[in-house]
Ligand binder design. Structure first.
Ligand code: ZN
Length: 170
């Protein structure tokens, strides 16, 4: 899903949470339909059909402004951002890839997978917690609003497919 970065007509990414990206096939469709201009190409990536060949766009900018709904999806990664990348039990900073999603009220006891019942935990805490009652996360889990989360996200480096994209994002 992350071949091509999509910028809105104002030059900003259409969305940052998650980052607005599309497949290379979609990016070529935008280009052929003249709905977007290509700002950057993928070097050394050319696709061919029987009748044409083209370089693959790396960054495109829409010609018409796309209105966006500023809503955020529940995901492990967004919970991680809400929780400042910290284990909510021991307080240690954890890498995104090592973070686990902990259900404050376990699923087995009727807990749901929601913003209000999920928190970030390191694996040792997550493993220990399951047999200890009464562990409470430091930050009471809540549903963040878009700007809250976008602000918190600024503390983390963007993980992008191409370093070239950073100039359009930050
Ligand atoms: Zn921990």
């Amino acid at each position: 899903m992350s071949d091509t970065l999509v910028l809105n007509a104002d030059g900003m990414p259409v969305s940052v949470l998650p980052l607005s990206t599309i497949t290379w096939q979609e990016s070529i469709k935008y280009m052929v339909l003249e709905k977007a201009d290509v700002l950057l190409w993928h070097e050394n990536w050319i696709v061919r059909s029987a009748r044409w060949e083209t370089q693959v766009p790396s960054v495109i900018m829409l010609r018409d402004y796309m209105k966006v709904k500023n809503s955020i999806r529940f995901s492990r990664n967004n919970v991680y951002i809400r929780d400042n990348g910290q284990c909510q039990y021991c307080g240690s900073h954890i890498e995104r890839k090592d973070a686990t999603l902990d259900h404050v009220t376990p699923i087995a006891k009727g807990g749901k997978t929601t913003w209000e019942n999920c928190t970030t935990a390191c694996s040792p805490c997550n493993a220990t917690k399951s047999d200890k009652a009464g562990w409470k996360p430091r930050l009471k889990p809540y549903k963040p609003d878009y700007y809250d989360l976008v602000n918190k996200r600024k503390k983390f480096p963007f993980q992008v497919r191409n370093q070239d994209w950073l100039q359009f994002i930050v």
